[in-house]
Ligand binder design. Structure first.
Ligand SMILES: [Zn+2]
Ligand SMILES: [Zn+2]
Length: 126
């Protein structure tokens, strides 16, 4: 089974995920823009049982980051782990987004990703 590893810039936090993600997305919402300091976030979601981490993290509203270097890393709940894919060791990751969220906040110079499902706001399931 494929295992991917990642971590923060200073190396105090490491994590790994096993197997392929359940889904991969991009989010253009104002929270994600502010949190990342960038135009959007790029993330993958794994079953929480496939995720392990090592090292101390701090969180704000569930989004975990390294207290030493500030890298945004992941968020977990009882079912899922959402990983900021830019924190994976290998680049490119080979993981292509299958959907985009909050496209109404997308910068006009960012084009819709071909083949990715487009949501005006949060993802609607079912
Ligand atoms: Zn760090
Ligand atoms: Zn967002």
């Amino acid at each position: 089974m494929v295992k991917r590893t990642g971590g923060c810039r200073c190396g105090k936090v490491k994590f790994s995920v096993e197997g392929e993600p359940s889904r991969i997305g991009i989010c253009h919402c104002t929270d994600c823009r502010q949190e990342s300091g960038s135009a959007f976030t790029y993330f993958g979601v794994w079953p929480v049982g496939k995720f392990t981490s090592d090292g101390e993290t701090t969180d704000h509203e569930g989004r975990r980051f390294c207290p030493a270097c500030g890298c945004r890393l992941f968020a977990t709940d009882q079912d899922e782990a959402e990983i900021k894919l830019g924190s994976l060791e290998d680049a490119p990751t080979g993981l292509a987004p299958t959907y985009e969220l909050w496209v109404k906040r997308r910068e006009p110079w960012v084009k819709p990703l071909e083949g990715a499902e487009q949501f005006d706001e949060d993802r609607q399931v079912g």
